[in-house]
Design a binder for this molecule. Sequence first.
Ligand code: IPE
Ligand code: IPE
Ligand code: MG
Length: 236
Amino acid sequence: MNVPKHVAIIMDGNGRWATKKGLARSAGHLEGSKTLEKLAIHAVDMGVNILSVYAFSTDNFKRSKEEVDYLMDLFIKMFKTKFDKITKRGIKVVISGRKTNLRSDVIEAIQNIEEKTKNNQAGALNICLNYGGQEEIVDGAIRLAKDIKNGLDVEGFTRDDFYHYLYQDLPPIDLLIRTGGELRISNFMLYQMSYSEFYFTNTLFPDFDKSEFNKALFIYENRDRRFGALNDKESN
Ligand code: IPE
Ligand code: IPE
Ligand code: MG
């Protein structure tokens, strides 16, 4: 089986999942967090090396204080206790995004989980929190500019070299999944998805279980990735 090395998920639809059931939006976020806990382990079990997930965008601060506070409290609980199975499965957890604007207790929980799992090698879970794809590129460009000012020679600098200036030094995304039915990227990992295969589903994230994930892997397996070249049949 041709398993994607790096899978990214835009975990959308938590609010609608809750509203449909007559519940508060927060109930959808809680259910979504449980789905994530299961998927992170399942992805590694299926042979995926890296799972990147969009948990909170820089633009999500535009939501009500109540919803933002709920989400921040949920992240703390996830990192401090709920991720026990993920930690024990040998998954390294890293958090990508701007640390400015984040509450100090959230930052502390982030440091805690990153430190606790830093030597884990079974796979990596990259959680994008207070994350923006354009922001990541801008932040990287600023770091690169500083290095140039300090004497870095950029003769021959390539698009691959720029990966070192992103938040995590991860490989490109092979498969990008968006749940919740919207057909957009919403400022997710723009640099890393230049040749990703896209999989959009109407399934709301809390309902995106292991079998839904497997469906996406199956579709991916049958895609013909050419990276600008021709496949074997075409070049004959
Ligand atoms: C995604 O679900 C999770 C976050 C953005 C934090 P939403 O909260 O966007 O759910 P919908 O799209 O309103 O249903
Ligand atoms: C993208 O979903 C962000 C996350 C899943 C964390 P949004 O719900 O914020 O995106 P839009 O507003 O529909 O584009
Ligand atoms: Mg949404």
